[in-house]
Design a protein around this ligand. Structure first.
Ligand code: NAI
Ligand code: MG
Length: 377
């Protein structure tokens, strides 16, 4: 058992809000739905299909209908989000539905594991075992989107406000240590002697006020635990260290095996976890879950991939793993583990891979078939 929640044994179908949104989100979420339904030990699901996205905005003027928010808040036990085609330029009246959903549902942590088996065409010396998880703060940093622009004699000046609070940094620090505790327990169970470590990612040598506050807030979670318990704290046996974000990127490619749990402010966490995806071969493999203390929304790390949409070649594994992550955090450990193992077997066999992976020629549908076959083996 990893995470438990009050949702266990509710005695009715488990309601999952499905929000495919745009692009390949619409291709991979139905696959995740079928895999969840087929997983051994899964509860009975009631999938509720909900609208959101840039295409919806273009038709209706809203990217996130109130009905979607209300349904998620009032009657769903969990949710799965696909991907949204947010434009790179400002569009009057548009804001990203995923950023808003995280706020509305208080999903303050984005948990992004990147785990082998390593399927990559990087040179052999870089092909080391990867088993890291980024705990990305989801509510503040530069993503509060307070941007201004003004004219000056030398041209335009644009500014963005970056907000780091003690409250949000402490809360994300606590989440990181809780995730580390679970990883430590799992390793002990498996007889795995690898140390459990939390690394704070920051740049407080330059941004000593904002990143400084993030760093000291996370550290104080660790220190307070030691003090409160007057001896070995709950986090006893977990190592704490830190790394500047730029050198972290370098190190992540040279020695990815040195990282375990990484806790980062919003923007660094976004960049680091997309970068980490390259270590295992493709963004199409990497899952995440957005978490509050009681609600979990799975979300593949990739975007809407407009370059491959409609070609039946989107890798559905990130979405499948995101569904499993959501189930795991909701307390449905058995079906979650069954899904992880089925996916790992398909990757290890290497016979049914989509073209984003070295040598891959399979379609989305063929990967789904292979995962279902392994799941029901
Ligand atoms: P992207 O993740 O959509 O694509 C980057 C590259 O990875 C593309 O070559 C794409 O084909 C490939 N790729 C991504 N997922 C894949 C999968 N499952 N299978 C196979 N190949 C896959 O990122 P990009 O191109 O920067 O952004 C495209 C759109 O997605 C933009 O509108 C952006 O705003 C949006 N986006 C949305 C996110 C979300 O919904 N949470 C996150 C990131 C980007
Ligand atoms: Mg990203």
């Amino acid at each position: 058992m990893r995470f438990t929640s009050a949702l266990m044994n509710v005695g009715r179908a488990v309601r999952i809000g499905m929000i495919p949104a745009d692009g390949i989100g619409r291709e991979v979420l139905p696959v995740a739905e079928r895999v969840m339904t087929a997983a051994p030990g899964a509860p009975k699901f009631d999938f509720v299909h909900l609208d959101a996205g840039f295409e919806l905005f273009q038709v209706t003027g809203t990217s996130l209908p109130q009905e979607t928010i209300d349904t998620l808040k009032n009657s769903c036990d969990g949710a799965l989000f696909g991907s949204v085609s947010s434009p790179s330029h400002k569009v009057e009246g548009y804001s990203s539905p995923i950023v808003r959903l995280r706020k509305e549902l208080n999903l303050y942590a984005n948990i992004r594991p990147v785990t082998g088996p390593v399927v990559t065409d990087l040179p052999a010396q870089y092909q080391k075992h990867v088993d890291m998880v980024t705990i990305r703060e989801n509510t503040e940093c530069l993503y509060i989107k307070q941007e201004t622009q003004e004219d000056s004699p030398n041209g335009k000046i644009a500014r963005a406000t970056r907000q780091i609070t003690e409250h949000a940094s402490t809360r994300i620090g606590r989440k990181a240590f809780e995730v580390a505790l679970v990883r430590k327990a799992m390793r002990e169970q498996e007889g795995n002697k690898a140390p459990t470590k939390v690394t704070i990612c920051h740049k407080s040598n330059v941004l000593s006020v904002t990143d400084g506050l993030f760093r000291t807030s996370v550290r104080s979670v660790f220190e307070a635990d030691k003090k409160k318990n007057g001896g070995p704290g709950r986090y006893e046996g977990i190592e704490l260290d830190e790394q500047l974000v730029d050198s972290m990127v370098y190190r992540m490619y040279r020695e990815p095996n040195v990282f375990d749990v990484i806790v980062a402010p919003n923007l660094y966490g976004d960049i680091i976890s997309d970068g980490a995806a390259a270590l295992v071969g493709s963004l199409g493999l990497v899952a995440s879950v957005n978490a509050s203390d009681t609600f979990f929304m799975g979300e593949p790390v990739h975007g809407s991939a407009p370059d491959i949409v409609g070609e039946n070649r989107a890798n559905p594994i990130a979405a499948i793993r995101s569904a499993a992550l959501m189930l795991e955090y909701m307390g449905y450990t058995d079906p979650a583990m069954a899904i992880y193992k089925a996916v790992d077997r398909v990757l290890l066999q290497g016979k049914t891979l989509t073209p984003d992976l070295p040598g891959g020629k399979a379609t989305t549908a063929e990967v789904e078939e292979a995962v279902l076959r392994e799941l029901l083996r």
